[in-house]
Design a protein around this ligand. Structure first.
Ligand code: FAD
Length: 482
């Protein structure tokens, strides 16, 4: 009798290189049935957002083609993961499931449920590491607790020794089952936006999938890495790697990124400062996962409970102006429009726009988190929730609430020539540099020479920075006294 196949369940690990579950499945010498399940039921409120769905479609296309190159196929099924796995095991007579770990609270519950279910039936469920450099249970304080502060966490990670080197992609064809089960049609899943205009900017900006991730990595190593520590805060230039969506979907593993940087530093030592600072940012990603793992309510509830009583001002019209990049603050508007057009926003501008929403408009951070969840191609439950809480001041190792970003000074400092604002708010492009980050300060003559009537071609500022700052600090006083 033919050996029972192994179900290889892909989730946020849409690659063939450095894939521990895949390598282990190959080592069994049994037929392998790769499957991806579109599960909109189990994640509840955290089902994938619109921009992520676009990425998923493209990345699955790429993975399917790569698997075909190895004589295999990617089976696509939609439904509750547990039901789909059970049905597929029946259909294919597979007796084991191999999967890479996921760390979202709902995904962890699901893994335990499926593991128990399969165990009760005498079947095998094997989970493999791969999406993180350090498993979230491993770094511990001296007292054996999880970390709440980044720097000691970072040091503890480094003390664990270098991350495991990445595994190679399988060299020979994958063993195929005698009969392939039925697969659904990717186009039929409706993952691409109904409004094709939305996806146009994504297509111009990104190449989802493993090959695209490798191109991004090489481009970073050859380009931005050397100046990363100085330029990573500049949205007007390509100063960062833009690997975040690839890392989120697992088009590439963090181990591969780590190793590539280390190898480059060992070969020519150039850009050591930039390379090390990039590796540190990779560990910030790990820290977000560490926090989410140990505090699973992080996406919904303030880490610091006193923030639950914060006197927010839930203003739907103000939220909409922010979402649409119509606040009247150029750096904020440019960021929100970059997000809409490309599905990504520079980290510095994420901080500025998030701070504006929370502190200038007093809108709850969860409303911003939701918008980012729907519009970012790198929307990531751990990074998004930890970062929003960081900006709000309600997080573990957070920026203090009373530090209110001044969007004019931030713009002048990090977009000094205004190239970023001019790219995403072209109606301001003719305004001289001196007024670009505060158009309302421009003399009438400068505005009219630039073809701008404030309130018509570009909004008046929706709040006054000084007054908004005062209001934010007064609101903060309410919870400070608790
Ligand atoms: P690089 O600077 O090249 O860094 C390399 C990698 O390190 C990134 O790809 C990312 O995986 C990780 N990284 C870098 N900065 C951070 C950080 N501050 N926190 C955690 N990991 C980091 N990142 C997401 O991946 N998904 C999100 O949903 C997300 N939401 C955010 C929301 C807010 C309000 C803020 C302030 C930040 C958010 N970030 C999020 C973190 C950060 O902005 C992005 O990871 C970064 O901009 C991605 O660009 P890059 O790949 O060029 O980063």
């Amino acid at each position: 009798m033919a050996a029972a196949p192994v179900l290889l369940w892909f989730r946020q690990d849409l690659r063939l290189a450095d894939h521990r579950a895949l390598s282990a499945a190959v080592a069994t010498e049994r037929p392998i049935i790769p499957v991806y399940i579109l599960d909109d039921e189990t994640p509840g409120a955290w089902r994938m957002g619109g921009a992520s769905r676009w990425w998923l479609h493209k990345s699955l296309e790429a993975l399917g083609a790569d698997l075909e190159g190895l004589g295999s196929r990617l089976m696509l099924r939609r439904g509750a993961s547990r039901d789909v796995i059970t049905a597929l095991m029946e259909e294919t007579r597979a007796d084991s499931v191999y999967v890479s770990r996921s760390y979202e609270p709902w995904a962890r519950r699901l893994e335990t449920e499926i593991a128990d279910h399969l165990d009760s039936k005498g079947r095998t469920f094997r989970r493999f590491a791969g999406g993180l450099l350090f498993e979230p249970e491993v770094p511990k304080t001296k007292a054996g607790d999880p970390f709440k502060v980044f720097t000691p966490y970072y040091k503890a990670c480094l003390a664990l020794g270098p991350p495991k080197p990445p595994l190679p992609r399988p060299k020979s064809s994958l063993s195929a089952p005698a009969n392939w089960p039925r697969s659904e049609d990717l186009d039929g899943w409706g993952l691409l936006p109904r409004n094709p205009d939305w996806a146009d900017g994504f297509c111009e900006t990104w190449e989802p999938g493993e090959a695209g991730a490798e191109v991004r990595l090489q481009r970073f190593l050859d380009g931005a890495m050397a100046g990363y520590s100085d330029k990573r805060n500049r949205p007007d230039i390509e100063g960062t790697s833009r690997l975040s969506p690839h890392l989120h979907f697992g088009d590439i593993s963090p181990h591969r990124c780590w190793q590539a940087v280390e190898e480059r530093l060992a070969a020519d030592g150039q850009g050591a400062k930039g390379g090390r600072s990039f590796l540190r940012e990779l560990v910030w990603r790990e820290f977000s996962y560490h926090l989410l793992f140990h505090w699973p309510h992080l996406p919904e509830k303030a880490f610091r409970p006193e923030f639950e009583a914060f006197p927010w001002d839930e203003n739907a019209a103000a939220l909409k102006a922010w979402q649409q990049g119509q606040t009247g603050y150029p750096i904020v508007d440019a960021g929100m429009r970059e997000l809409w057009q490309t599905g990504w926003m520079h980290n510095r501008v994420r901080m500025i726009t998030a701070s504006f929403l929370i502190k200038h408009l007093l809108i709850p951070w969860q409303a911003g988190e939701d918008w980012f969840w729907d519009t970012l191609v790198d929307a990531d439950l751990a990074n998004n929730s930890a970062s929003w809480q960081w900006v709000a001041g309600s997080g573990a190792d957070a920026a203090p609430y009373f530090r209110v970003f001044n969007p004019i000074l931030q713009g002048k400092k990090f977009d000094p020539k205004g190239a970023y604002v001019r790219r995403y708010a072209p109606e301001l492009s003719k305004l001289p540099d001196d007024y670009l980050h505060a158009p309302w300060e421009a003399p009438e003559a400068a505005l009219s020479a630039a073809g701008i009537t404030l309130g018509k071609d570009y909004p008046e500022p929706m709040v006054d920075h000084g007054k908004a700052r005062q209001r934010a600090l007064q609101a903060y006083d309410v919870i400070k006294k608790r």
